[in-house]
Design a protein around this ligand. Structure first.
Ligand code: FES
Ligand code: MG
Length: 568
């Protein structure tokens, strides 16, 4: 029998009196003993006027409650913080670990036998899953689902790959103010998460591949009736988990589950952010994401899903083509089909039920891939001793091997101030370098790695250049962009040593990124770096905690004391 309202009572001493008190207070809401004596399913509420991506969450919560009650348990909704990508200052990444801590502590603090985590906007699913893996209470995750697509002049539009593309056209003078205003109202035509293969979609797909959410739940569009039926079904599953006291995440997630997540991340041409989040999630368990093995995996796993920004379609098309189960079916023996889902089924059983959609061209077969290799590659070199990442599925083939002159920006602010200066000494063959934009440096590792093409080059028709930084990039962006250079420049990483005019060599086939200066000069510049100091912004509060304990990108940017290793 589940613990229900009795859970955690021992902390009060007199268990009988404590339960009496708990019941007395909660009865103020009109509950009966019949309701209160049942297993409890906690449901996170991340609804916020600042988070349009979660705009359907009240309706999802209603559906989950219905499912929980139909299965004979009691649903209890509780709030946590919510992070909407476009309104989170300084960055949403800065707040991810705060949300993970909030969610973890609220699950622990309140009596519940299972939890349903409803999230979706980029950092929310990773935060909730990091929490759930640490608490290790039976958990069902529900992504809020992607937006439906927009339309403009006969063209399909989606947030926010097309935000960038259309803004690029506006910057280049190809479309006027009136048209960009029209586009602005059509890019996000419904609630839900960005409907391209950005971070939100990437994390939803990974979550489903790991079996933490129900089959098809990653791709059902946010406003569709099916989304709410899936939520109702998730509520029923959670009630069953609550009654049976499991399985807990630790009881069904295997190393194969984490490997499946990596395979799917490569095969969807997923967001680079997905790698950071998956690393952070794994580090909350005894599992690890080994970047060398991830890169190796990428050489065997083709990109099969034809979605923007690597391909042509949008999430609703992926859904109608069969979603993640169909993708895993196409990946065949690259997936560990013995891994389990929270529903109790194996992936083999789920894949066997994948829908066959005649004529669909969104989920390709292995012999007709979008790209023969996976979407993400890990680079090393004297510029990135611990690692850097490139989404080569969304990069220009002609720039994959490129040597160019460095044009250095000291910070995001410096870049913003100078990148469009007509006097900036820059050509299309140069390498744009942005530093002090890593986890500590900015802080919170902004999505500034998609450095804009300098205005004068954009106007001359330049669409892509090699751009490198210790920042992140939106999963919805396209270009030859090296990210997450680790260690970051703010902690003395070699990116701090680059000077204007130095030559930088990128060779994706060789997985290398190097600063072409001799060792003596390298050492001299390193010795001349100023010592790290605590900036003013990091002197108090959460900022202080963040600055003193944030790990680098290759460790998932979690706080050092929150990881499984941090326990010991
Ligand atoms: Fe929320 Fe893109 S802004 S998912
Ligand atoms: Mg994003």
């Amino acid at each position: 029998m589940a613990d229900g309202l009795r859970k955690g009572l021992t902390s009060y001493g007199d268990a009988g009196f404590s339960l009496f008190l708990r019941k007395a207070f909660i009865k103020a809401m009109g509950y009966s003993d019949d309701a209160l004596d049942r297993p409890i399913v906690g449901i996170t509420n991340t609804h916020s006027d600042y988070n349009p991506c979660h705009g359907n969450s009240p309706q999802i919560i209603e559906a989950v409650k219905r499912g929980v009650m139909l299965a004979g348990a009691l649903p209890m909704v509780f709030p946590t913080i919510s992070i909407g990508e476009s309104f989170a200052h300084p960055t949403s990444m800065y707040l991810r670990n705060l949300m993970a801590m909030d969610t973890e502590e609220m699950i622990k603090a309140q009596p519940m036998d299972a939890v349903v985590a409803i999230g979706g906007c980029d950092k929310t699913l990773p935060a909730q899953i990091m929490a759930a893996l640490s608490v290790d209470l039976p958990t069902v995750v529900i992504p809020v689902g992607p937006m439906v697509v927009g339309h403009h002049k006969g063209e399909v539009l989606g947030a926010c790959t097309d935000c960038r593309r259309m803004w690029g056209k506006f910057r280049a003078g190809e479309i006027d103010q009136q048209e960009i205003d029209d586009v602005n109202a059509r890019l996000a035509p419904s609630v839900g998460t960005c409907m391209v293969m950005g971070t939100a979609s990437t994390m939803a797909c990974i979550t489903e591949a790991m079996g933490l959410s129900l089959p098809m739940s990653a791709t059902i569009p946010a406003p569709h009736a099916e989304r709410f039926r899936s939520a109702e079904a998730s509520g029923k599953v959670a009630a069953t988990l609550a009654k049976n006291k499991g399985p807990k995440p630790s009881e069904f997630l295997t190393p194969g589950s984490f490997r499946n997540a990596q395979v799917v991340l490569q095969a969807i041409g997923g967001s680079t952010n997905g790698l950071i989040h998956l690393t952070a999630m794994a580090n909350r368990t005894p599992n690890r994401i080994d970047l060398a093995a991830f890169d190796e995996l990428g050489r065997d796993v083709p990109v099969l899903v034809d979605l923007k920004p690597s391909g042509d379609h949008y999430m609703e098309h992926f859904h109608h083509a069969g979603g993640v189960p169909k993708l895993m079916a196409q990946l065949g023996d690259l997936i560990d089909l013995d891994a389990k889902s929270v529903t109790g089924e194996t992936l083999r059983e789920i894949v066997a039920k994948a829908e066959d959609v005649p004529g669909q061209d969104v989920i390709r077969s292995k012999d007709n891939p979008i790209k023969r290799e996976g979407g993400l590659a890990i680079l090393h070199g004297n510029l990135a001793p611990r690692s850097a990442v490139i989404k080569h599925s969304a990069a220009s083939p002609k720039l994959m091997q490129h040597t160019g002159r460095a044009v250095v920006f000291e910070s995001v602010e410096d870049m913003t101030n100078r990148v469009d200066d007509p006097d900036l000494d820059v050509t299309a063959d140069d390498v744009l370098v942005l530093r002090n934009a890593g986890p500590k440096g900015a802080p919170g590792m902004p999505e500034a790695g998609y450095l804009p093409i300098p205005m004068k080059l954009a106007r001359a028709g330049v669409k892509d250049m090699v751009r490198i930084s210790d920042a992140r990039m939106s999963g919805t962006a396209f270009g030859t962009i090296v990210l997450h250079i680790t260690p970051e420049s703010a902690v003395g990483g070699p990116l701090a040593l680059v000077k204007n005019g130095d030559m930088i060599r990128l060779d994706v086939a060789k997985r290398s990124i190097d600063l072409l200066i001799d060792e003596a000069e390298f050492a001299k510049r390193q010795a001349a770096l100023p010592p790290a100091t605590t900036p003013d912004w990091a002197k108090r509060g959460y900022a202080h905690l963040f600055h003193t304990t944030i790990l680098q990108a290759d460790d998932g940017c979690d706080f050092d004391f929150m990881t499984e290793k941090g326990k010991g």
